[in-house]
Design a protein around this ligand. Sequence first.
Ligand code: COA
Length: 167
Amino acid sequence: MRKNRPIKLKIDTYNTNIVIEVRRFKPIDTFRVIKLASITLTEQYNPSIFTYFYETYPQGFLVAEQNHKIIGFITGVKISMSIAKILMLSVDPAFQKKKIGRKLLDEFLKISIQENVEKIELEVRTDNTKAIKFYEKNGFKKVGKIKEFYQDRKNAYTMRLNFKGDP
Ligand SMILES: CC(C)(COP(=O)(O)OP(=O)(O)OC[C@H]1O[C@@H](n2cnc3c(N)ncnc32)[C@H](O)[C@@H]1OP(=O)(O)O)[C@@H](O)C(=O)NCCC(=O)NCCS
């Protein structure tokens, strides 16, 4: 697959065809991604962290775009030769439940396989039922719990997807 080639996904919304493209994050997207993160994610992030993610693992930072507007993103890193970690996943509330999260995750998984990753891990708030359901539906399993993981001292589940089978 050619690097950076946009992946077109047609989604039928309110009887109107909207086309979503999933592509690699570019530095020009930073402001919109920060804005989206501040709306959808509970943690407060230093804006420089997004540049850091991009510089560390650009192939794992993807955005979903509709009419040149960023409506979702996923970012992750490789933490060892065979394990990748999803650090953030976010879809604009106006576009949630339209399989955009699924598409971003699928593209991240495809890239991970190309990068010889065997397991994908992530942390999710234990009370984020929506995201837990989303990850379970996409093959992730809860494999642990971390107490006081977040800035507000709330707990996290560690979830894992193992391409080789066992969690
Ligand atoms: C979690 C999130 C990324 C899901 O993205 P999305 O585009 O809305 O999800 P999809 O449309 O691809 O959903 C796929 C499946 O996930 C589950 N799911 C998604 N949203 C859900 C909701 N509100 N309630 C229950 N299940 C939900 C469903 O099983 C759904 O399948 P279905 O539509 O056949 O029922 C999105 O809700 C989001 O950005 N949430 C806020 C940020 C967040 O919590 N990120 C994860 C932090 S680790």
